[in-house]
Ligand binder design. Structure first.
Ligand SMILES: Cc1cc2nc3c(=O)[nH]c(=O)nc-3n(C[C@H](O)[C@H](O)[C@H](O)COP(=O)(O)OP(=O)(O)OC[C@H]3O[C@@H](n4cnc5c(N)ncnc54)[C@H](O)[C@@H]3O)c2cc1C
Length: 486
């Protein structure tokens, strides 16, 4: 079949303001037969923060890109998971924005649409940072609906072809080379062939199925961080909640000597009344773009395996139960929240950790804490090691400002061992559990996605495997695309 029949013209769709898509009628597998929907340069699996930036970066270099996503919008945890705000994109001194590039453009566009507050204007210890000081300077509050729209626009503008409601099922392999994937779409199974595949599923699903080595959870214990179902509330009396927190600032729990979590004085009251059984002692609420809207990061579901549908099902249901418990808590115990309304709970449970792919370099937390910047660094970050629920060897939070203001993440961590033509980006790249606890947050995921997209495009153009790409070439292109590498 002619590929042209299958791929809708991105230019035409962009002209009418719609994201380029693969025409669903052309997949035509309702008969149960497996359909081949053709070949692309780069196949990105997963449309979360990492996958979107990979797709945009590669398409900007002229590569033909198909992005497949199991949901119905781009953004992953930032949209379907309602995770907010973006953690810091600044250096540890709070002076320089070090994650720029496509992440920076996304933020600027959202700010222009009234859907975000620029991180330069957001300081630690404020309602925007849940009053947390350490590691919480220059966050980016944003509106998930505006983000969905901005990502649709940005992918359409560069001709990324998107297929929503399509699940990665299996890799197409020739020996150790991946050359595409089988997808389960609403019309049946179909194959997409590609020169380079980027695994941005968060869970390393493509790399694992292709035979890359991996480990689950913490590399020593196998324990995974707890999951959280986010919710957003509105109709909060901003002045009243701020007054309560400010009156109790001296009571903040401390971690490593710095103020850490809020509202534990209210949790203690609820607990004493037998109205609290969530396995945490404080509540994390971040003010959103509007002062009456807050993102709540406070349910806790432990022992969840993101690779098991049964486990995810029980997590979703328990998450929603805890959201109701939180609403009762807000109404009864938190000043300013008497009339709070549950705006929405996330449509998918938030998974902090599942499996980690082992690549050319397994990034250890010590590299981050010691602010190492290797020669093949493809993005800089300053985020803290943040391992929830005692899942990691860090067993809490550590701050990465010891020997400098940032650390570098090397290209080698994007290149899985034992599989060719594949890159991993985002939450599942090659890092220990503790190191992943720092770079799993969204600005680094986006910066890493951009780097993976550039590397994939270079490999595709040169008809070579990503393993053989010179990282200095990647760095050059990244800087031309607005990234900051020190
Ligand atoms: C509870 C929680 C709180 C967090 N808090 C913050 C925070 O405050 N600030 C911050 O910056 N970060 C935070 N994070 C981290 C951050 O949200 C994620 O680590 C980040 O989104 C990772 O990006 P990603 O693109 O790798 O993965 P994801 O965002 O998970 O995106 C992966 C995408 O792949 C798709 N996908 C998966 N499998 C398939 C398949 N088989 N076929 C097709 N598509 C597939 C998914 O639908 C999804 O869209 C938090 C995470 C969690 C879970």
């Amino acid at each position: 079949m002619d590929r042209r029949q299958f791929l809708t013209s991105s230019a035409a769709l962009a002209a009418i303001g719609t994201t380029a898509t693969i025409a669903p009628s052309c997949i035509g597998a309702s008969s149960g037969r497996r359909t081949d929907i053709g070949k692309t340069g780069i196949l990105v699996v997963g449309g979360g923060p990492a996958g979107v930036c990979a797709a945009i970066a590669a398409a900007r270099m002229g590569a033909e890109v198909i992005l497949v996503e199991e949901g119905g919008c781009l953004g992953g945890m930032a949209t379907r998971g309602l995770v907010a705000p973006f953690m810091t994109c600044f250096d540890a001194a709070g002076e320089t924005q070090i994650i720029r590039g496509i992440f920076g453009e996304i933020v600027d566009r959202m700010v222009a649409l009234g859907g975000a507050i620029h991180p330069k204007d957001v300081r630690a210890g404020s309602p925007f940072s849940a009053w947390i000081t350490a590691g919480h300077d220059h966050l980016t509050p944003f509106d998930a609906e505006i983000l969905k729209y901005v990502l649709d626009c940005m992918t359409a503008e560069v001709g990324v072809k998107i297929l929503f409601h399509a699940n990665f099922v299996a890799p197409l392999m020739k020996g150790r080379k991946i050359n595409g994937a089988t997808l389960l779409t609403r019309s049946g199974l179909c194959d997409v062939r590609a020169s380079v595949v980027v695994d941005a599923t968060g869970d390393g699903l493509v790399a694992a199925a292709a035979g890359a080595p991996l480990f689950k959870g913490n590399e020593d214990s196998g324990k995974m961080q707890p999951a959280t179902l986010f919710c957003h509330i509105c109709n909060v009396d901003y002045k009243a909640i701020c007054a309560d927190v400010e009156a109790h600032l001296h009571e903040f729990r401390k971690v490593n000597g710095v103020s850490y979590r809020a509202l534990h004085w209210r949790v203690a009251e609820a607990e004493a009344a037998g109205e609290w059984d969530i396995a945490r002692k404080s509540v994390n609420i971040y003010r959103g773009v509007r002062e009456d809207e807050w993102a709540v990061n406070s349910t806790r579901i432990s022992g969840i395996d993101a690779l098991s549908s049964e486990s995810l099902t029980s997590a979703e249901i328990e998450g929603r139960r805890q959201v109701q418990e939180l609403m009762n808590f807000f109404h009864k115990y938190v000043p300013g929240c008497k009339d709070a309304i549950l705006k929405s709970s996330a449509s998918t449970i938030g998974i902090r950790e599942s499996q980690h792919i082992i690549g050319e370099y397994l990034l250890p937390a010590d590299d981050l804490i010691n602010c190492q910047v290797p020669e093949d660094t493809v993005f800089l970050a300053s985020n803290s090691v943040d391992v929830h629920g005692g899942g990691g060897t860090a067993n809490s939070t550590r701050y990465t400002t010891i020997n400098g203001n940032w650390y570098g993440v090397p290209y080698r961590s994007f290149v899985p061992l034992e599989v060719e033509n594949l890159l991993v980006a985002g939450r599942c790249l090659s890092a220990t559990s503790d190191a992943a606890g720092a770079i799993r947050v969204m600005p680094p995921a986006m910066a890493g996605g951009q780097a993976a997209g550039v590397a994939a495009a270079l490999a595709c153009a040169g008809e070579v495997t990503p393993r053989s790409i010179d990282p200095q070439e990647i760095r050059k292109v990244l800087m031309n695309q607005g990234a900051f590498l020190g």
